[in-house]
Design a protein around this ligand. Structure first.
Ligand code: PAF
Length: 317
């Protein structure tokens, strides 16, 4: 099975390494030529959960090298064959250029699994790639990239749920194929037809932990330790939970417990948003709390805390 991993960050390299180990034909599409050259020459250096370190060969090219007619050059049957694209880039990288590149990559029968935090991106993808099958994914696996090209550490296990974004646009064979491949690569993968709910549950967790860890510059574990930070977490949780529930989120009862559990389970971690702020990268605030504020506006509900943290985080970078 051809599997294209779009994005050479921690999550992209982890999936590429684990899938390539099972004998799948994996290609990693990167943003820079430099990273693609290193990956093509040296492969992925993967530190497994048990501490084993392996070098795993993959194909790698830069996204910029994709040209019209790419599928024809890549192999005689590329137009007819089916493939999966695992989209692992950050929300902020899903721009018009990337959408053009995804269009070039998705020849033949292609399904795209989106593994982003936040909301808003799948509408964009579905509108720009009407021929592709779009799948939503929610993952709790942890990974950290340890150099600028090929060294990744698998830092945490967790479920990976995926399902068709639109019920009438799916392919049972393709999704079962991916499910089996993911499982044989060691992922705790499952198909779900409740993806909106799963996305909203993850969004709720990210909407509380990510902006506040970025604003207070603390690890996930330290965040709830201070009483005033805990009060703010709870208020942001209540506001966000009410908005997501008004937009159809079903399972809201143990949401607060889940937020606290994630803080405890990832206590030593720096959230992705704080990491972006510290390294001067654009954060995903527009698609996390900004996304929640957008839903609230559509529903005619006020979202003062989500609006405020969105403004504050934008001023940090
Ligand atoms: O974005 C992140 O960092 C993670 O999704 C989470 C759950 C907040 C843990 O760090």
């Amino acid at each position: 099975m051809k599997i294209h991993i779009v994005g050479g960050g921690a999550i992209g390299l982890l999936h590429a390494g684990l899938l390539a180990q099972t004998g799948q034909e994996v290609t990693v599409w990167t943003r820079t030529d430099k990273q693609a050259e290193r990956l093509q020459a040296e492969g992925i250096k993967l530190e497994m959960l048990n501490g084993d370190v392996r070098d795993i060969a993959v194909n790698s090219y830069s996204l910029a090298s994709l040209q019209p007619g790419w599928a024809g050059q890549a192999g005689a049957d590329a137009e007819q064959s089916s493939a999966w694209i695992l989209l692992t880039v950050k929300q902020s990288h899903i721009d018009d250029r990337l959408l053009d590149q995804l269009r070039l990559l998705s020849s033949g029968k292609t399904a795209i699994l989106c593994l982003q935090n936040g909301i808003g991106h799948m509408d964009k993808l579905a509108a720009s790639l009407p021929g592709a099958l779009i799948y939503a994914g929610v993952t709790s696996v942890g990974a950290r990239r340890l150099d600028d090209a090929r060294h990744v550490r698998h830092t945490g296990d967790g479920p990976l749920w995926f399902g068709a974004y639109a019920e009438d646009k799916k392919d049972d064979n393709l999704q079962n194929l991916l499910l089996n491949i993911l499982k044989s690569a060691g992922f705790r993968a499952g198909l779900s037809n409740e993806m909106k709910d799963r996305i909203y549950q993850k969004l709720l967790i990210n909407a509380v932990i990510n902006p506040l860890t970025a604003i207070y510059d603390t690890t996930n574990g330290e965040l709830p330790q201070h009483p005033s930070r805990l009060t703010l977490m709870r208020s942001l949780f209540e506001e966000t939970s009410a908005i997501l529930t008004a937009d159809g989120m079903k399972s809201g009862d143990n949401g607060w417990q889940l937020v606290m559990q994630v803080c405890a389970a990832t206590a030593a971690n720096v959230s992705s948003m704080l990491s972006d702020v510290r390294t001067g990268r654009q954060t995903e605030i527009d698609w996390i709390n900004g996304g929640v504020s957008g839903l609230a506006r559509r529903l005619g509900i006020a979202s003062p805390l989500n609006d405020a943290v969105t403004t504050l985080v934008k001023q940090l970078h």
